[in-house]
Design a protein around this ligand. Structure first.
Ligand SMILES: NC(=O)c1ccc[n+]([C@@H]2O[C@H](COP(=O)([O-])OP(=O)(O)OC[C@H]3O[C@@H](n4cnc5c(N)ncnc54)[C@H](O)[C@@H]3O)[C@@H](O)[C@H]2O)c1
Length: 255
């Protein structure tokens, strides 16, 4: 019970990494608000937590808006009495080389993936402060560290999140509010499947990419969720302003 008594918000909780994180947080004793723009998957995530004996609420909210972020924080505090952890994890993926990226594509990515985190943190900070501190965990990406020619705009947002996190770490460390990112490589989720489904031979493309990983597989959502549990817990009490790369050794490999 590494998160006993804590209250956490997980955004994108209807998706692969978010639903696994909500489950793992609850298994470690946290109360969880499962936030997603998709009300059905948000409810399914909360139901899964409750079915396993945890405490959860579903919040159907769009994190790209100020109102959506306000709603998610206020519903969480109304139900559970406070807030200790924000896992800002919701995102969308738009593919395309730079000359194929429209301004609409850019705006879609910016609005959810970057502005969504800024707005969420703004709403969460006063509530974290009320508890005497907390943990902000942002799901960035390996593509915020290294470049993918097919996803320059997505990578730009993820790189921006890493910079945002460092500024938050510096600004709010004195209030005992830590901010760190998780930078996963490929993770077996619907978003990842969307990428490979666009390839001419999805199975062959997946196998080829997986073969580049020293661990010879993609991450499971739980591989990432376990890192989120650590960052949310007091075990990570001196980690602030860092990126944890969860990539099975991909960045370590040159040949
Ligand atoms: N899967 C991967 O390979 C991979 C790799 C690196 C980073 N990531 C990052 O991990 C995070 C989770 O991705 P995933 O793979 O679980 O994807 P996913 O598509 O399974 O889940 C994302 C969830 O976010 C929700 N969402 C999207 N826009 C929203 C909005 N405006 N408001 C609220 N919810 C919204 C979606 O409905 C979905 O349920 C994302 O930040 C993603 O960029 C994923």
């Amino acid at each position: 019970m590494r998160l006993h008594g804590k209250v956490a918000i997980v955004t994108g909780a209807g998706g692969g990494i978010g639903s696994a994180t909500a489950r793992r947080f609850a298994e470690e004793g946290s109360m969880v608000a499962c936030v997603d723009v998709d009300a059905t998957t948000a409810a399914a995530a909360a139901d899964a937590v409750e079915a396993a004996g945890g405490q959860a609420i579903a919040v159907a909210a769009d994190v790209s808006t100020r109102d959506g972020n306000h709603q998610m924080v206020e519903e969480t505090v109304a139900r559970f009495g406070g807030l200790d952890v924000l896992h800002a994890n919701a995102a969308v993926q738009v593919m395309g080389r730079i000359e194929d990226t429209t301004e609409d594509d850019w705006d879609t990515l910016e609005t959810t993936n970057l502005r969504g985190v800024y707005l969420g943190v703004q709403q969460a900070l006063p509530r974290l402060r009320e508890r005497g501190g907390g943990s902000i965990i942002v799901t960035a990406s390996l593509l915020g560290i290294v470049g993918d020619p097919e996803m320059p705009a997505y990578g730009a947002m993820k790189g921006g999140l890493r910079a945002l996190c460092r500024a938050l770490a510096a600004a709010h460390g004195p209030e005992n509010i830590r901010c760190n990112t998780i930078c996963p490589g490929d993770v077996e989720t619907p978003m990842n499947a969307q990428f490979f489904d666009h390839q001419a031979d999805p199975a062959a493309a997946r196998a080829e990419v997986a073969s580049r990983y020293p661990l010879r597989r993609f991450a499971s959502p739980e591989d990432v969720a376990n890192v989120a549990v650590f960052l949310a817990s007091d075990e990570a009490s001196y980690l602030n302003g860092i990126d944890i790369v969860v990539d099975g050794g991909l960045l370590a490999r040159i040949y």
